[in-house]
Design a protein around this ligand. Sequence first.
Ligand SMILES: Nc1ncnc2c1ncn2[C@@H]1O[C@H](COP(=O)(O)OP(=O)(O)OP(=O)(O)O)[C@@H](O)[C@H]1O
Length: 521
Amino acid sequence: MALLASSDWRVAVAIAEIGYANPFLPERIELEQEALGKSFTHSQPFLQYRPDCSVSDMFPNAPALRQRSEQLLEKMRGKLIAHEPATERELEVYENLAIYQLYARYMSTTLDLPAVRFRNRPEDDILNCYDAFAGDYHWFLELPEKRLPSNLDRDVIFAGLFQVERAFFHIFRHIVGASMPAARLRAAIWQSIFTHDMRRYLSALHRFMGDIPTLITGPSGTGKELVAQSIAYSRFFEFDSKNRRFVTNYADCFVGLNLTAISPTLIESELFGHAKGAFTDAKTERRGYLDESECPRWGTVFLDEIGDLDAQLQVKLLRVLQSREFQRVGDSTPRKFVGKIIAATNRDLAAEMEAGRFREDFYYRLCADRIETPSLRVQLQESPEDIANFVRFIATRQLPELPEEASRLTDEVVIWVSKNLGKDYAWPGNIRELEQCVRSIMIRGNYVPSGRKTPTEQAPVARFLKSVEDGDFSRDELLSAYFSLVYSRSGSYRAAGRRLGVDWRTVKEIVDSDLAREFAE
Ligand SMILES: Nc1ncnc2c1ncn2[C@@H]1O[C@H](COP(=O)(O)OP(=O)(O)OP(=O)(O)O)[C@@H](O)[C@H]1O
């Protein structure tokens, strides 16, 4: 006899999958639909943060899934306790359902995580939920005379649940965008943290993920540093259940270094440290960012602009990636780097390797886990209305205490951009440029892209075309501007008359000679 009837079993399998699925891919929503059938509420094709929506609008199916998983779990547990026989697959689904249920019970739904959740102080109520959690763990996962397939350790699950919560917060709240490239970026970050197999991650891999560097590539201003922070802040931190603390305060585990902002000699001593007297200014010894005291096991060093790194330093860093060893400048003692490296560049590394500026062996040590950030243009091509989402996100961050002002600013910017830059504007500076645009419109009511002229300074032909597009001309103005344009291109009233199919005297009468001169320049 099976533990569940076939209709319940299908639901249990789907919910068990949800617990381990990548939450940012459309498959996750499909699983929710499969689990809830007719009671499923349609909202978005994939999960995305919408500052204008409530939590319950963004996750409309969460309460029903939690309730359903609880019912199924209790049903299965009752039979297992009564020693009814169960297959390995049934035990696996039961275990996964239990983990889903724990997650649903203990994950914060406020989406305001860092403020309340991660001060990491034993007196914070939030960590005291460990006792309740331990009670639930015992109830669901420590069954008398039954060993569950992956038999995950209680503290690992607790730490894992908090890690999922942190990762979800950092990806969901910070990486905005309703296009498929934005969804794929969120999913790729999730995978970089948890791999594609969450079960294997929780049972074994979480201890080793720091050994694998991550390489983030993409155009400037597309969020490479943001992605690096999301990964670093979402790493697995062990939970010390005796002292009710995580091993670290998560805000202390990220160090970013822009390699183009420091000279090669300084980079070396910043990264590796130096001995006293190693060079003229080395009055005392100094620990580098790779030192264990600066970057412990759960820490991350972010190397921005890795494509610009000097060849000698590439060799030294390659050694760190290969053997985790380094030496301070002026000191031969071998030291160990124990944290994680994330590197980023906006250069085309294939071209850099071809030109001999970037070492192949260094590249291949970096590229196993690679994430590409999409340009704003690519995102807007697929989802033009996303400009409003990005602007709303930026305006809300700019005016956090003033939601109505932020909303007004959003409308103002969206209208301004559509009128003055148009939907084909390429946003060469990507989201960073859009941020400048929002601020500039807030301050000056206007934004001038670098290398571009303001609308009033635009080339006369572009201004003419824009006015046509906006429908700004009266009939006579349009006629005069168009006659002036044709006259400026034809060189004489007679030639313009032939082109326009009117007498040359009519052309002369209608042409605005100042405008014709501007068109001719
Ligand atoms: N997908 C995104 N969602 C929300 N904000 C974003 C996104 N991408 C970038 N930003 C914002 O744009 C700004 C620039 O991002 P960031 O510095 O991470 O870009 P970058 O790719 O590292 O740039 P560079 O190559 O110049 O170092 C930041 O303020 C960041 O918060």
